[in-house]
Design a protein around this ligand. Structure first.
Ligand SMILES: [Zn+2]
Length: 63
């Protein structure tokens, strides 16, 4: 059997369900090391720091 929706969802129902969605930018906070925007529980993309230490090396675009 194909997975076909039995009834059509109204715009209101869809919008209500997605009311809790946030853009990644709304979630982002400041990196304690370089003070750039960074997602929580992620290694900082700017300086590569996580949990107060250098977690990954950053290949910077300049140079
Ligand atoms: Zn940082």
């Amino acid at each position: 059997m194909a997975a076909v929706p039995k009834t059509r969802r109204s715009h209101r129902r869809v919008r209500t369900r997605r009311a809790h969605w946030r853009t990644p930018l709304a979630l982002a906070g400041e990196c304690p090391h370089c003070h750039e925007l960074r997602l929580p529980h992620r290694v900082c993309p700017h300086c590569g720091y996580y949990n107060g230490r250098q977690a990954v090396e950053i290949k910077s675009k300049e140079k």
